[in-house]
Design a binder for this molecule. Structure first.
Ligand SMILES: [Zn+2]
Length: 417
């Protein structure tokens, strides 16, 4: 479970959502993604939008399970093959309606080899948000469906319209549908269709996948291997086989996975990543072969599924957005001095600072740094066993909620030096 997103898991007012998630959790034991750009500075801002949006969707679209997925442009009713493919896509998307309690049976929709290789063969499902499937983030509308060679290519927009007509688009996705010899249909992964322009290199337990313009950097792979070896030793963990996808920019990664657009696109490029604890995948950009932050998520998130500081642990070990924890602490300290009105007693309200530093992730990282300075890895393990930030500060430092602002400002200033 992603812990970039602690608000979402603390609030218990979305029963359908949590029912859905709990069933997924029974099926997929260790889902661990960072939310959106996760591990990104924009993460909390967009998370806020998405969380709000999702509540609205649950409240207003409870009938969606029965609703037909609409089509934007008329599809020739005499073109049976095209209509059958669109119907197949509509059936699949309907599996993600809020009322549904289980993930779909992917073997009905995806080729057997994809289902054998991945527990979730559709790599767009958790690419926008780490906990809410892409296809639940708004009302689906099929924009386009057209034969391309032996496939049918469809584009779908997911959006929400508010009460005064503003449209919030969360994603535009691409789907490729193939007719099988027995007359049934299956999806072909957008990734598979682009694989000719990507390269793969195995290094130890990591299978790297990257665009052909990239010159593979063995120095960086060795750096990452060294960090992983230390982490495995400190935490007494066995190696994990990782599928590691990277490119120069996050938008390239999103396009590779099948998106024309996601709500996390825009703003200046910066290193960012997202990890997939179900299929042990990493999708990252900007740091080449050495994106340790996401590797830490794959190793340590499963140990602490309910801890509020999982994101902080990854920031402590691997930095965030291309910079180490110290760099973020200095920026955060400066920002807090410039903004005395910010009240860290209400810490969840301080979810956004700018495009480069996520204040909550930085504070989480600081908590891990303080624990490590106090008692090393043993201190970190103890810290990760608290289920709330409140309990952590109370028991470890004797600080109650009314003193968080003073305590955290002082500690940020102290460790920023
Ligand atoms: Zn992260």
């Amino acid at each position: 479970m992603n812990k970039c997103d602690t608000n979402l898991t603390k609030d218990n007012k979305y029963p359908n959502y949590f029912l859905f998630r709990s069933k997924i959790n029974q099926y997929f034991v260790s889902f661990s993604y960072c939310i959106l750009s996760n591990c990104q500075a924009v993460c909390y801002k967009i998370k806020y939008i998405i969380t709000t949006l999702f509540i609205v969707i649950l409240m207003s679209l409870s009938h969606l399970a029965q609703a037909q997925i609409s089509v934007n442009n008329t599809i020739d009713p005499t073109d049976t093959e095209l209509n059958n493919a669109v119907h197949f896509l509509q059936q699949y998307l309907a599996e993600f309606a809020p009322g549904k309690q289980y993930m779909p049976d992917f073997t009905k929709y995806w080729p057997a080899e994809d289902c054998q290789r991945y527990r979730i063969p559709d790599k767009m499902i958790y690419a926008v948000n780490s906990e809410i499937p892409t296809y639940m983030l708004g009302r689906a509308r099929i924009l386009y469906a057209k034969p391309e060679g032996s496939l049918i290519h469809a584009k779908v927009m997911f959006s929400h319209t508010d009460s005064i007509g503003n449209v919030l688009v969360t994603s535009i996705t691409n789907h490729y549908i193939s007719k099988q010899a027995d007359g049934s249909y299956k999806f072909i992964s957008p990734i598979q269709l682009q694989d000719a322009t990507w390269r793969s290199t195995q290094y130890g337990h990591i299978a790297y996948h990257y665009p052909s313009y990239h010159k593979f950097d063995k120095g960086k792979t060795r750096q990452l291997a060294g960090k992983i070896a230390t982490l495995e030793k400190e935490w007494q963990l066995q190696p994990i086989d990782i599928q590691y996808y990277f490119a120069d920019t996050r938008e390239e990664i999103d396009h590779y996975r099948g998106f024309d657009f996601t709500i996390s696109m825009g703003n200046r490029d910066k290193p960012s990543g997202i990890s997939d604890g179900i299929d042990n995948g990493i999708w990252c950009a900007g740091l080449g072969e050495d994106y340790f932050h996401e590797v830490v998520h794959l190793y340590l998130n499963p140990l602490y599924p309910h801890a509020p500081l999982v994101e902080g642990l990854a920031v402590f070990y691997g930095g965030s957005l291309g910079h180490d924890l110290q760099w973020h602490l200095k920026r955060l300290d400066t920002y807090l001095h410039q903004h005395p009105e910010i009240d860290l007693n209400n810490i969840d309200n301080f979810y956004y600072m700018d495009n480069y530093t996520n204040p909550l992730n930085t504070i989480q990282g600081l908590m891990c740094l303080m624990a490590y300075k106090k008692d090393g890895t043993t201190g970190l393990k103890r810290t990760m066993n608290y289920n709330t930030f409140f309990a952590l500060l109370k028991k470890e430092y004797g600080i109650d909620n009314k003193s968080w602002n003073t305590f955290l400002r002082d500690k940020i200033a102290e460790y920023a030096k």
